[in-house]
Write a protein that binds this ligand. Sequence first.
Ligand code: GRF
Length: 204
Amino acid sequence: TRTAILISGRGSNMAALLAAARDPAYPAEIALVLSNRADAAGLARAAEAGVPTAVVESRGFRGDRAGFEAAVQGVLAAHGIALIALAGFMRVLTPGFVEHWAGRLVNIHPSLLPSFPGLDTHERAIAAGLRLHGCTVHLVSAGVDEGPILAQAAVPVLPDDTAASLAARVLEQEHRIYPAALAWLAAGRVRVAAGRAVVEGIPP
Ligand code: GRF
């Protein structure tokens, strides 16, 4: 399945997906890495790995989200993309875009959703005194950080954690569960019933 990874920054999740997709048996082919920022460090990593890259500068569209997304759709179409993985892509997508890609658009979020949608999840988990925190891979529906959950991983919050130390612990798990969940989706093993995702062969 020809897959695009959308990034805005560092691209460590992108790198984890690229590494998994090097296995010829992996069901998703990473055919494009697209960034909304020309200075995203992940672009260079993708190019080094020999993956086609594209930049659609969201800044250039000055709040014209429909115009930005039309440009993105054009690039995706030109590359024959059938599946999208958001990996640190810092733009909220319009309901029209999300609807167009329903069931073929997946995101990773650094919290155990539905706790802590949005930004600064690690700070908020520490401030709430949580003992457990983690990450979620989910299909994208119209709300921010909402949609049927494909995979989650939990990590402990330790007494002297900072946001940075906790983020690093969570990130290790992101790099583990994202390639797995994308593979399920690309292999057609995911269906959604009553708002919940069911993965063939994986107990809920
Ligand atoms: C990750 O924590 C991801 O869950 C969040 O943004 C961060 C992106 O990191 N959405 P990277 O660019 O994949 O390294």
